[in-house]
Design a protein around this ligand. Structure first.
Ligand code: GSH
Length: 204
């Protein structure tokens, strides 16, 4: 029998949560060794020291969105559509997530949450202010993409929702301003209500 797939990294990280939630959604057997990127044993897994890393019987890849796609290739699924136009749209949101969405909220998370957790000093309000402006632009884009829709692509959850929704894991704790984005708030409730998200919920 094959060994369980390992998704390595502390589950507080939304980049770890994405593939973990997908694995649960797909019913794959999965383990989550909760290594932090600065753990000495982690250097061997990722030379640049970033979580998550997937280990499937010695086959290793990094990058959360690539890992989600790999997991979908393991079994029949409803998350990564085969039809070209639907897949193109899912890919669009996966690239947007890495290029624009994550870089918009991550500095806010670092300044307001991670610094305090790791004793790295005071929040730099200038960094937060710049990131909030960037966040407003990307949230407006997401709000528009969700107009009249329950999910980002098609009629059900896809990897697009897993990628973008994971980014809101700590939205309340880091004080992300979502008041002006009713579509995002309603959609986020749906995403966080998915079984895979419920099973990977991180209590702050
Ligand atoms: N694009 C990567 C980003 C990975 C990433 O930045 N992970 C963070 C935790 S959320 C990390 O390991 N940070 C440690 C560092 O950059 O030193 C992915 O999607 O997996």
């Amino acid at each position: 029998m094959a060994n369980p797939i390992k998704i390595i990294g502390v589950p507080f990280s939304q980049n770890v949560r994405k593939p973990l939630a997908v694995a649960h959604h797909l019913g794959l057997e999965v383990e989550n060794p909760p290594l932090a990127p600065n753990d000495p044993s982690f250097k061997e897994l990722h030379a640049a020291g970033r979580i998550p890393v997937l280990d499937d019987d010695g086959y290793r890849i990094c990058e959360s969105n690539a890992i989600m796609i790999y997991l979908c290739s393991k079994t029949k699924n409803d998350l990564y559509p085969e039809e070209a136009k639907a897949r193109g749209l899912v890919n669009q949101f996966l690239f947007w997530d890495v290029a624009h969405w994550t870089p918009a909220y991550q500095p806010i998370q670092f300044e307001r949450l991670v610094k305090g957790m790791l004793g790295l000093g005071e929040t730099d309000e200038a960094v937060v202010e710049a990131a909030l402006q960037r966040f407003a632009r990307e949230a407006a884009y997401l709000e528009g993409a969700l107009a009249g829709k329950s999910w980002l692509v098609g009629d059900g959850a896809t990897l697009a929702d897993f990628a973008a929704g994971a980014g809101l894991t700590h939205a309340a704790a880091m004080g992300l301003p979502l008041e002006d984005f009713p579509n995002i708030r309603a959609w986020n409730d749906r995403v966080q209500g998915l079984e895979g998200f419920k099973k990977t919920e991180v209590k702050m």
